[in-house]
Write a protein that binds this ligand. Structure first.
Ligand SMILES: [Mg+2]
Length: 379
């Protein structure tokens, strides 16, 4: 099998004021997605996605990766990964070039799965579990005067729809964080998992102060309390709190995550396939996690392609520690209004009573809607 064409698309949708939202680092006034389409001489097409600045990714794939890829066999995905990563090694080993490579790698796995007529998780070595505990990501800040009440009501609405876990955005200072965490816990009751995510909004001492104040609200994990570079800060926070710590979504490749994992900065390592280097690199990060006896769980953000990728990754990542009753592996399922997650590909994931079940369809398990791409593509 040979690659015959590589196309890439930067998609963009502006958001109306009422749909704009903030995490601790920025307000978002548009949705952007980068996707990569790889075609082969056997009529099999693969799709991949990268998180980040889509127009930069498009330049990297179109101008620097495409020519190399034409004529290659998708089953040489490891050779392709190392070659394309090495292309920019002298210019930096992290960042947008690795994100763009992630999209290429994911598309190659989609092709390999379709060619073998098996789901990607099967090709990655099989699935370790029958279901994933989906958690509703949402609870962002919005332009509304009643933020705390509305955020708590939003969390309760996910529970009403069957979710058994929710993730709340924090990182906005002690007063807001404490108030929103308290309000959400009261709204969802005691039986629902609640994660909090500061999106690296704090230094260690502030993260610890807030963490200690909210421990009583039974937090499943405290995500990205400090910036990704601050490994000593992570260790301080982890040692100081009775809340499990999660992080790793903003780190790249096995080399980038190696210190984060072996220095035990977190209890859950959240590598993101669309950032860290695709499914190939996610597997290697999972291997590093197994050496450290830490559970790897994919972070997921983006369109239905990123979601399908993360689902395959989450089914195939081993339990660490293994046992008769291994801990649940959680699946991030963003619930904010997003046309690219809802309509870019189908079918939707199989979710019942807050649990997500595997698809038996080959590759990533989705069909992409190319009309939607045409409509939202920007140059
Ligand atoms: Mg996060």
């Amino acid at each position: 099998m040979k690659i015959t064409n590589v196309a890439s698309y930067a998609l963009e949708q502006k958001l109306e004021k009422k749909d704009q939202f903030a995490f601790s680092q920025a307000w978002c006034d548009k949705r952007t997605v980068f996707i990569c389409k790889i075609e082969t001489d056997e009529g099999i097409t693969g799709w991949g996605e990268a998180f980040g600045p889509s127009l930069i990714h498009k330049t990297i794939v179109d101008k620097f990766y495409r020519d190399y890829l034409i004529g290659k066999n998708p089953f040489d995905s490891q050779v392709i990964w190392e070659t394309l990563h090495n292309k920019f090694r002298d210019n930096g080993q992290k960042g947008v070039t690795v994100q763009a490579l992630s999209a290429v790698d994911i598309a190659l796995w989609d092709i390999k799965g379709k060619a073998a007529d098996v789901p990607v998780y099967q090709l990655m070595g099989g699935r370790f579990r029958d279901r994933l505990k989906a958690y509703a990501t949402g609870m962002y800040r919005k332009y509304t005067p009643n933020e705390i009440e509305e955020t708590a009501a939003e969390a309760a609405s996910y529970v009403e729809r069957g979710f058994r876990a929710v993730k709340v955005k924090t990182g906005f200072g002690f007063d807001y964080d404490y108030a929103v965490i308290k309000a959400v816990r009261e709204a969802i009751g005691d039986d629902i998992n609640m994660m909090i995510d500061a999106n690296h909004g704090y230094n260690a001492s502030t993260a610890i102060k807030i963490g200690r104040a909210v421990e009583k609200f039974d937090i499943t994990w405290y995500e990205e309390p400090v910036p990704p570079e601050d490994l000593e800060g992570y260790k301080e926070v982890k040692a100081s709190l009775n809340i499990p710590i999660a992080g790793g979504e903003a780190e790249f490749t096995r080399w980038g995550l190696n210190d984060f994992i072996r220095y035990r900065c977190a209890d859950y390592v959240q590598a993101d396939c669309t950032i860290t280097g695709g499914l190939s690199e996610f597997m290697r990060v999972g291997l590093l996690c197994s050496i450290a006896n830490i559970q790897c769980m994919p972070h997921i953000w983006g369109s239905s392609i990123a979601l399908a990728t993360g689902i395959n990754a989450a089914f195939s990542v081993p339990d660490f520690p293994p046992g008769l009753e291994p801990a649940d592996v959680y699946l991030e399922y963003d619930q904010t209004e997003n046309i690219f997650r809802e309509e870019l590909a189908s079918p939707k994931p199989i979710v019942k009573d807050g649990w997500l079940y595997p698809s038996e369809k080959p590759g990533l398990g989705i069909e992409v809607n190319e009309d939607l791409i045409k409509h939202y593509a920007v140059e």
